[in-house]
Each structure stands twice: as structure tokens, then as C-alpha cells.
Design a protein around this ligand. Structure first.
Ligand SMILES: [Zn+2]
Length: 321
């Protein structure tokens, strides 16, 4: 269970286990793919480990945690093709939590995408947070506090996870996948500093490194020559044929980078220096913001049963021109 970054938070959590000073509910906040679930799993492994020097990462318990197979860890996340975590899922979790642990030490509930709890689900969760059963630890993972009721997060110990330094991602990629410096750097810059994205770029065949580079180059071409019809079609097509939401996330990051460059801040992008400056000059802050909003809108609508092709084509044909 190798974790990229977050060393301070991990040290803190492991120490809390060793000193037996645990809170019963935690909320890990941070952007998607920053490593919240990995930290939660490492924490769970520490609590459940059978060895004195925990987490040993070698005992049966630790190995099961790493493989998402530990019987005392209960995961909650939106069901397939659904955005929301419903009340029934929280009810089932609560039913499971009252039984004593299989391994004898503790039960751990990890609620992924807790930002997406329905109102009823959040209310139901609140009851177990107010009075959690003995040796049940609840870890909520969320992007921020904005979509969570204050009654929920005020009952949790909140830990904020920030993207690790890019050098940590680079060395991870070199050690784990034997990449040379150049390839590791390229992937890191295309991951926008998010470890989960970096790993996806390596493992994901659908929107892997090559496709992502192609996507960015077509998008940049679109930004420079907005009247080029052929490129617009190719760009829409590329997004439709790969993971559309993920592709739009990439475009959003590119727009965000221009925004940062314009504001004189550093950006994590893989774009060439001259290209960055030229494009940043072409657009006003307002234009960039509107375009970002438009991409987000289309990205959110992709989950609804609408005409996907039309939605994506409209983004390049009708808007922002
Ligand atoms: Zn262990």
C-alpha cells in the first residue's frame, strides 16, 4: 500500500492509533484523486493490523485491507450509474455496523463521495455519528465541506489532504513502473498533481497518456483557431469516444491553467511556455471563466439521459465563439 504524499497526516493517524487516542468519526477532505481513499485504507490497516508494530502491511489483515477484502471494513459509495448515496445504503451500513467485528478488534466504515449523500441519508448518518457503537470508526471522504450539513462535519475530526509535491509523484512513478525521468515528469504534469490521475494515466487504456496528449493538442488548436471546423469535429469525436467526463475534466484543467497563468501564478500544466503565454493573452478572465462554467455544465449533464453527442458538439460549435 504505497501512498504518494500525505506523510504528516499518516504519521498523525498512526500515532493516534498507537496512543489509543482515536476519534470515532473522521472526515478527509480534498480534491478527487488526491489520495483520500488510500489514506483511509492505510489508517484502517493500522487500526486492524494483527502485529504490534502496526501497520505491518504484511499480515493477513493488512493484505486484506489492501485488496479491499477485509470483512470488517464496510464501504459506502454511490451505486453504479447513480450520483447520490441513498438512505437505504446508510441503513444497510448501520445494520452491518452493529454486529461485532469478525476479526475482533474494530469495524471501519468508509463513506466515499460523502458530498453526495441525499438529505435523508445524511440525516440517517447523523444518528450513528451522534452515538456510534463501540469500536466502530467512521471515515467520510469528501471534496469539501460545502455540500455536507454542518451537523455532520461538526461531529467529525476534519483532516485536509492537499496534492503532494510533484517530485513525490515523479519518484513514485520511477520506482513503481520503472519509468525514466522524462516519462515520469510528463505523466506528473498531465496529472495536475493528483496521484490518482497519474496512476490512471499509466493504467487506463481508454484515456491514457497518448490520448490525453492528443486531446490537449486538439483543444489548444481549437482555442487558437476557433473557426477550424475539421478540428472541432475531431475534438468532439475524441471526447465522445473516450471517457467523456474524464476528457472534459482535462479541458477544464487546461482552462484553469490559463486562468492561473494570466493571474501570474504557477500552473501545473504540461504546455510549452510560449504556447501558454500566447493563449493566455488571447482570452480575458471573463471568457475563461464562462468557458470553464460551460464545460462543467456539460460535464454534469452527461450523467442525465440526454443526447451526449449533441451536448458535446454544442460546447464547441455554439458556445464560446
Ligand atoms: Zn498488519
Amino acid at each position: 500500500m504505497k501512498i504518494i504524499g500525505h506523510q504528516k497526516i499518516i504519521d498523525y493517524l498512526v500515532k493516534s492509533v498507537h496512543r489509543k487516542k482515536l476519534a470515532q468519526s473522521y472526515l478527509f477532505c480534498g480534491p478527487a484523486q488526491v489520495g483520500k481513499k488510500m489514506v483511509a485504507k492505510y489508517f484502517a490497516a493500522t487500526i486492524l493490523c494483527e502485529q504490534e508494530e502496526n501497520p505491518c502491511l504484511q499480515c493477513d489483515s493488512c493484505l486484506r485491507v489492501a485488496q479491499d477484502e477485509h470483512p470488517d471494513i464496510y464501504y459506502v459509495q454511490p451505486e453504479e450509474n447513480k450520483e447520490i448515496i441513498g438512505i437505504n445504503q446508510i441503513r444497510s451500513m448501520k445494520n452491518a455496523a452493529i454486529f461485532s467485528p469478525f476479526s475482533g478488534s474494530a469495524k471501519i466504515v468508509i463513506i466515499e463521495k460523502a458530498d453526495n449523500l441525499s438529505k435523508a441519508a445524511a440525516n440517517s448518518l447523523l444518528k450513528i455519528l451522534e452515538d456510534p457503537p463501540d469500536r466502530v470508526f467512521i471515515i467520510l471522504l469528501a471534496q469539501g465541506l460545502a455540500n455536507l450539513p454542518s451537523t455532520i462535519y461538526s461531529r467529525c475530526q476534519v483532516l485536509r489532504l492537499k496534492p503532494p509535491h510533484s517530485s513525490e509523484i515523479i519518484s513514485f512513478l520511477q520506482e513503481e513502473f520503472n519509468f525514466d525521468q522524462e516519462k515520469a515528469e510528463k505523466i506528473t504534469s498531465l496529472s495536475w498533481g493528483l496521484p490518482g490521475r497519474a496512476i490512471n494515466l499509466v493504467k487506463n487504456k481508454e484515456l491514457g497518456l497518448k490520448k490525453q496528449e492528443e486531446l490537449i493538442s486538439k483543444f489548444l488548436f481549437f482555442l487558437t483557431e476557433r473557426d477550424n471546423l475539421e478540428n472541432k469535429i475531431k475534438l468532439s469525436d475524441l471526447i465522445l469516444k473516450s471517457e467523456s467526463q474524464e476528457s472534459l475534466f482535462v479541458l477544464l484543467q487546461v482552462v484553469r491553467d490559463f486562468y492561473l497563468i494570466k493571474a501570474g501564478l504557477n500552473s501545473a500544466t504540461a504546455l510549452k511556455e510560449e504556447q501558454k503565454k500566447k493563449l493566455a493573452q488571447m482570452y480575458s478572465f471573463l471568457e475563461l471563466r464562462l468557458f470553464a462554467q460551460e464545460i462543467m455544465r456539460v460535464r454534469n449533464q452527461l450523467t442525465a439521459p440526454l443526447n451526449k453527442k449533441l451536448l458535446i458538439e454544442n460546447l464547441f460549435f455554439n458556445n464560446f465563439t
